[in-house]
Design a protein around this ligand. Sequence first.
Ligand SMILES: Cc1cc2nc3c(=O)[nH]c(=O)nc-3n(C[C@H](O)[C@H](O)[C@H](O)COP(=O)(O)O)c2cc1C
Length: 412
Amino acid sequence: MGVKTDRKMNILLGITGGIAAYKCAELVRLMKKEGFQVKVVMTRNATRFITPLTMAVLSENRVYINLFSTEEEEQQEIRHISLAQWADMVVIAPASANTISKLAHGVADDLLTSTILAFEGEVIIVPAMNKVMVNNSVYKDNALYLLQKGYNFIKSERGSLACGDFGEGRMAEPAYILKFINNRITQASSLSNKKILITASATREPIDRVRFISNYSTGKMGFALAETAKRRGAEVILITGPTFLADIAGIETIRVNTAAEMREEVFSRFKKADVFISAAAVSDFRPAEQFDGKIKKEERETLTLELKKNADILKEAGEEKVNQVLVGFAAEASQLKENGLSKLRSKNLDFIVVNDITREDSGFGVDTNKVSIINRKEEIVDLPLMTKYEVAEYLCGILVSYFEQQSKGLTV
Ligand SMILES: Cc1cc2nc3c(=O)[nH]c(=O)nc-3n(C[C@H](O)[C@H](O)[C@H](O)COP(=O)(O)O)c2cc1C
């Protein structure tokens, strides 16, 4: 999901059925003042809270409500596709619990949800609802799922609610939403002109033609990093071991099996990279010899495998490094910081991200991660449990600051 910044942006504002819809008048006014082109899609229920006429006048565009064109309208137009192609960014404000839940399940039964499903760019969801609804576990699961899929949320605020209650659930103020949008646009070019090489997932070291040694890494962290860096304007090359994750549009993705293949692909590109992020869990060992065909269980009672050490790609990168920024990931089960620090030093890294693989909600396979990031000055930041996209965002932010400092001659 990325934002185009080559011209003043086209923002599609989705309005759903909630009292906070009245704040959209101000939001559209601010967007127009900023110079954005704005088109508004309203759900049927949203039209009960604010009139399409108000939104049409303020956005200086017609307002879209129906998925299907009426007879008088242009019949050839496939509205949800043309709107998705027109938009650079979609903002849903207020986003009802209903629409958020539909999005989480891929339901596309109205113009807004159909358009979002057909949209490849950045979606910003601004929820607003009653305090009990916002804490409902079904709603929370749906919102978390979308967050893990790379959708952005502007958290609702605490305050007095339209229903008379006091608590969490108030929609963020229009000025704050606009600030958030502008931040995203600034971020969209924050890593432009940077070439970032990323490895992801596990490698597979063959024992025979059907069996291999591997580990539980799925590639989720590396893919989240690749997508986030691309969204910030970087040219990303992703070298991944086997994974169920699909290629990301606009990212050159090279799929490999073994550590040796990964090493070859990395070093044929390393010299030209500005950053190398090693998020893959590369097998440390491989079988010393690969059996031809399939080892037959009928022919033996025991099987002893001799393992040979694989090359350490990251360590080699640390030796070859000229100007590249090197970021390593370390999956640790104990003495996280000590082990992380010793890897940072011995591999000549600029940053190491240590993840705690003893927690069920962190490390391999899951959508969340609990990490600490250590830099060359041995400063440590302990991050709370975050989605892998949030960790990726944080890490990209660190890279942006690093390059800013570097341009001022301030990096070590
Ligand atoms: C007066 C009133 C206020 C409502 N406010 C909200 C709200 O703030 N947030 C919310 O999620 N749902 C709210 N609802 C419920 C939604 O309108 C309802 O779930 C509806 O199905 C949403 O449809 P939509 O997502 O297609 O717009 C409200 C309903 C009423 C009658």
